[in-house]
Design a protein around this ligand. Sequence first.
Ligand SMILES: [Zn+2]
Ligand SMILES: [Zn+2]
Length: 254
Amino acid sequence: MHVRVFGGSAANVAWARSGCLLVDDHVAFDSGGLASELSLLEQVSVDHVLLTHAHLDHIGELAFLVDNVMTARAAPLKIWAPGPVLDLVRQHLFNNQLWPDFSQISSGNHPVVEFCPLESEGFLALGRLKIRWVRTCHPVFSVGYLVEDTNGSFLYTGDTGPTEAIWALAREASALRAVFVETAFPNRLQDLAMTSGHLTPSLLGNELAKLQTPEAIINVMHVKPVYHDEIARELQTLPRPWRIVAGGERLSLD
Ligand SMILES: [Zn+2]
Ligand SMILES: [Zn+2]
């Protein structure tokens, strides 16, 4: 399994972009960077996008991805998310006002997009990928994903404050090789982090204590650009190896 990281931040500035993971070139988790950092040919290869939640930094580039590939694909682009997340995306983005409802537009003999609702928590097989998800702690309905193939697995928390279920899921993983976990605020803004459903380096340390896989690489995502250096300093106290993803990373998890 190969994972490309696009962006990795919590916002867009000249040197950072909101995050997204692309697995084996075909399956994306969230949409940050999918349109602005992939070539047109690479965008056409994306067959599935799974969303953690409906905040703009996670869904915004879907609009441009769909528009870019709508006449170039041989099958619908499938957008997967738990029902409450998909409802928000359809009501507020692909609503024929902010942007067209591409599920009602055909190219060739198929719709451009197929919206695929998921259960609140569950299991999905896409090719050789086995994907499980559980709820996370965020002001809107949100989930995190565990993605496994026969050689290993990774965890993607999406946005979350302190939580339990995603770490319980991680403890069940076979050969967990990488964790992509958010840290949005520095320690001095812990109150803001807690009310907005995010982590600080200190809170991240508490969360990682729930993870019983010391060999998994900790990839810190969703760092707000304005706090990047402060968060990087505070992460130095983490008792296990970590790195802040900058975007552009390619990980082989075989
Ligand atoms: Zn969010
Ligand atoms: Zn976010």
